[in-house]
Design a protein around this ligand. Structure first.
Ligand code: GLA
Length: 505
């Protein structure tokens, strides 16, 4: 090659090289951003660029998802991932720009149509190791002795449904105050449960510390206890929680001791990023590990399993020391979500009993997405299902109508019936559903739900329940006796509304 040509080529290479390098996305990237509620997002991208083709993994706090349809075009790139929510699956589309050493990414927000903005930079070796840690071997299975708690389904409040990432010490204290002054405590609600986003970093000894929103967990627990209430906290067996905060991976025993030292009375333990390390087959052993750790920590702590009903958790939840286990994915504040969850409870009644309950998720009553009739149906079915009653609204400004639903003593009495037998489906079709729950003393609670958009007359026949009349009927929402009925009982039920009665010989 002629020297002049050589020089030209060199100049060309030097000019072209920086942009060619910048456009190569291959490698691991740490992306950060903020949700609209102010909580932080952290995720990783493992990109592999081959010409204009982009493949790899989006590593969210809950799962690793394979990149599809990935393309790079100059400084622009885009790709999709397929995300499944229970049986449904959704395509999430990302796009971005390469700006020097950083990536500006527009990421889908599964909770809204407004995309999230993330900035990504090359990940450090430590970040990569933290995101994809080595799998710690799981313990051999053995039954964890029952802790004797939750003889009836737990009652209280949880921060997630209403506050999500916007929960802090001050709000938790105000909720506890409200529960005392608005009658919730008197109605039987005890637990004040902090869900995700309280976690900070670990100290040099690996002890978990709360973040800035919770200056002193022990002091907060003392405050809640001083109100005659109990306090709950949240973690998970993976390195990160669902919202991307520090999890208990490899620190199970240490975290259980920390919770006990703070005075924590309830732990919700959420699978999330554990799914990047373990298989569903490992779930029982992984949950047993924390069950053992809580027991060894020596404080009575209600143990709430949250892994969305996978691996038939109802069959082994009690054996790992669990007091309750979620049976489905997350509830949303709408009729279809709430009733969809109910249809996943059919047949699970045989696994519930004093000390160990199916958990169809927290209540949405008072959050505004359903009508009052729909919320009464929600409350009634949770009582029939012997579900934990964890209010999920802002109790500081709850309306009297909302409080009257949550505090309905007669409905609560069904939920808390000492027999501890979960109700079952009697009939279910396009128009209505009927459920019955055996209560102590030979009584039964019966719920009739109108699925239609117009009021309808619904009937319960004693013979469908295997009972002979006459029976005494009491309407638990009207707080009224409806007399002694020979064969059954009928009533007008509003659209999406409920008739909840107690029947007694
Ligand atoms: C999961 C759980 C929810 C809530 C969030 C918090 O989605 O199922 O109940 O705890 O995580 O990130």
């Amino acid at each position: 090659m002629k020297p002049v040509l050589q020089r030209c080529l060199l100049v060309l290479l030097l000019v072209a090289a920086p942009s060619a390098l910048a456009a190569d996305l291959t490698g691991d990237w740490t992306a950060t951003g903020q949700r609209p509620d102010g909580s932080k997002i952290q995720m990783m991208f493992r990109f592999r660029q081959d010409g204009s083709r982009l493949t790899g993994i989006v590593s969210r706090s809950s799962s690793d998802l394979a990149i599809v349809n990935g393309q790079v075009n100059g400084s622009q790139f885009s790709f999709d991932v397929q995300m499944s929510f229970g049986e449904r699956s959704r395509t999430l589309s990302y796009s971005g720009t390469i700006t020097g050493d950083a990536l500006e990414i527009s990421a889908p927000n599964p909770r809204s149509d407004v995309p999230l903005h993330l900035t990504a930079r090359h990940a450090t070796a430590a970040e990569v190791a933290a995101n994809w840690p080595e799998r710690i071997p799981v313990p051999a299975l053995h039954p964890v002795p029952a802790n004797g708690l939750a003889r009836t389904p737990p009652m209280g409040w949880n921060s997630w449904n209403h506050f999500a990432g916007k929960i802090d010490d001050k709000t938790v204290r105000e909720i506890a105050d409200a529960m005392v002054s608005n009658g919730m405590k008197a109605a039987g609600y005890v637990y004040v449960n902090i869900d995700d986003t309280w976690q900070g970093t670990r100290d040099a000894q690996g002890n978990i510390r709360p973040n800035d929103k919770f200056p002193d967990m022990k002091a907060l627990a003392d405050y809640v206890h001083s109100k005659g209430l109990k306090i709950g906290i949240y973690s998970g067996p993976g390195p990160k929680t669902c919202a991307g905060y520090e999890g208990s991976y490899g620190r199970e025993a240490q975290d259980a001791r920390t919770y006990a030292a703070w005075g924590i009375d309830y732990l919700k333990y959420d699978w999330c990023s554990a799914g990047k390390i373990y298989q569903d087959d490992d779930m029982q052993a992984v949950y047993q590990k924390m069950g053992d750790a809580l027991r060894a920590a020596g404080r009575p702590i209600v143990y709430s399993l949250c892994q969305y009903g996978r691996d038939a958790v109802w069959e082994w939840g009690a054996a790992v020391g669990g007091n309750l286990w979620r049976t489905t994915g997350d509830i949303s504040d709408n009729w279809n979500s709430m009733m969809g969850i109910v249809t996943h409870q059919f047949g699970l009644e045989r696994w519930a009993g004093p000390g160990h309950w199916n958990d169809p998720d927290m209540l949405e009553i008072g959050n505004g997405g359903m009508t009052a009739d729909e919320y009464r149906t929600h409350m009634s079915l949770w009582a029939i299902l012997a579900a934990p009653l964890l209010a999920g609204n802002d109790l500081r400004d709850a309306s009297r109508e909302t409080l009257d639903m949550l505090e309905n003593r007669e409905v609560i009495a069904v939920d808390q019936n000492p027999l501890g037998q979960q109700g079952h489906r009697v009939a279910f079709n396009a128009n209505f559903g009927e459920w019955a729950r055996p209560l102590s003393g030979g009584a039964q609670a019966v719920a009739l739900v109108n699925f239609g958009d117009a009021a309808a007359t619904l009937s319960v026949n004693w013979k469908d329940l295997g009972l002979n009349g006459p029976l005494n009927v009491r309407d638990l929402w009207a707080h009224a006796d409806r007399g002694r009925q020979a064969d059954g009982f009928s009533a007008q039920v509003p659209p999406h509304g409920v008739l909840l009665i107690e029947i007694k010989p």
